[in-house]
Design a protein around this ligand. Sequence first.
Ligand SMILES: Cc1cc2nc3c(=O)[nH]c(=O)nc-3n(C[C@H](O)[C@H](O)[C@H](O)COP(=O)(O)O)c2cc1C
Length: 355
Amino acid sequence: MSALFEPLKLGNIQLKNRVIMAPLTRCRATEDNVPTELMATYYGQRAEAGLIIAEATMVMPGNSAFYREPGIHSNEQVAAWKKVTERVHQNGGKIVLQLWHGGRACHPILNDGNTPVAPSALAINGSVHTPEGKKEYVIPQALNRADIPAIVEGFVKAAINAKAANFDGIEIHGANGYLIDEFLRDSANIRDDNYGGSLENRSRLLFEILEGVINVWDSGNVGLRVSPMNSSNSMRDSDPEGLTAYLAKRLNEYELAYFHVMRADFLQKQQGDVLSVASKLYQGNIISNMGYDYTEAEDDVMNGKVAAVAFGSAFIANPDLPSRFKLGLDLATPNPKTFYTHDGHGYTDYPRAQV
Ligand SMILES: Cc1cc2nc3c(=O)[nH]c(=O)nc-3n(C[C@H](O)[C@H](O)[C@H](O)COP(=O)(O)O)c2cc1C
């Protein structure tokens, strides 16, 4: 019996297997950031996953970092997400929603000309695709202390909305250089108030958000994703392993559904083993991600290093990924050209394997 196909209880969420679909932004919502029927089809096709972590979703308006990514701040969005969760549940799956604030990755062109906010006035080095072509990231406005409670409140309202949309839980997006991660890592946070400097201060926003959302959901329905190693969006930390250790120890007090650790660097500029640190110190369930194949995932679960493994790109081209693993079938290769386009091509038209 494969370890990846052992059932698993993540807090209050019972999974049929440990093959998790990683959150994947695919830009198939409407221009008003409302989920579409196409998204219901796409997620419904992937319900074989033990758990689907639905894509980064705006907790409040005015924080678009892509184009046509979804939100969960209006009644219309909640109604549309309900159709997605219904489809996944009908097909026997479980689905949580990744709650997200894009921070300095948001662009004025996508947000009525408004300057994005971040812990400090430091821009991402690079450019972003907008409807007006490629544009350089802008220098964000450093958040005033007085404006931080409204951000926490945004996550709390989004958590309430995710419940109304019948998700099985929520994942707080603390990864990949977006707002929470910008506070966590010292390359993006040079504040000198009690939200910057020490690990305690840099993680203050994260824990305020966690405290807020566990008043809405039981902590056993809440997960957290971090990427202490990932250097995309100009991110770095002077001590990723120290940051991971600090978070792992503090998170033990929360009894979350899971701690989701991106173990490596997308851009492979930084080396380090944050997963081993998390695995040693965190007492709950760890979901690991990045660059796994079936064999390595199986080994890490079998050895008890992690509870489950999330697969990103493999789920794009293989809606039936768990079956393919189980039957030892070849995997289809995803086409990066259609990752962020807006129709069904390269989205809902990847077939199941012929057996
Ligand atoms: C098209 C695409 C969109 C992504 N969107 C998100 C996202 O919305 N939230 C997130 O936390 N990570 C996102 N990621 C990262 C993936 O969740 C995952 O970490 C990454 O693909 C590495 O896992 P893999 O090696 O199994 O593909 C995205 C990755 C890709 C390729």
